[in-house]
Design a protein around this ligand. Structure first.
Ligand SMILES: [Zn+2]
Length: 136
């Protein structure tokens, strides 16, 4: 899994932005396919486990299969993931947890997020000299 050093920037209107060094992990196509397959396999196993339960077997398995397909497609699209880190809110100073999770399609454009404490809208940017190309 290739890793790139980046600067993670949280910005808000009227205050100076906060920049913290971070690590951006780029998924290879094989890793993306493996992650999507694992998600779909878990969804199929959970759906199969609900089949013997009366009434639940009418709604549970189809819902789990649809959710598995949606999550598997998201895993296929996620090309990069920021390593888990903490960045202080530029407004209130609360240390927001950023990164980890399913990942993003690409990080070449600013993303909007809310502060975990003050709920203000913050702009999240990931900057580096050499960003990986967007996932196909
Ligand atoms: Zn805040």
């Amino acid at each position: 899994m290739p890793e790139h050093p980046v600067h993670v920037i949280l910005a808000a209107e009227g205050v100076s932005e906060v920049s913290v060094p971070g690590t951006l992990r780029v998924f290879t196509p094989v890793q993306r396919l493996t992650r999507a397959g694992a998600v779909m396999l878990v969804a199929i196993l959970l759906a199969g486990s609900l089949l013997p339960i009366p009434i639940i077997h009418l709604i549970g398995p189809p819902a789990l299969l649809v959710a598995g397909i949606v999550l598997a497609v998201r895993q296929l699209r996620a090309g990069v993931r920021l390593a888990p880190m903490h960045v202080s809110c530029p407004k209130c100073g609360y240390r927001n947890r950023i990164g980890g999770g399913q990942g993003w399609h690409n990080v070449n454009h600013p993303m909007e997020r809310h502060c975990d404490s003050c709920r203000r809208i913050l702009e999240l940017r990931v900057e580096t000299d050499r960003l990986p190309p967007p996932a196909p």
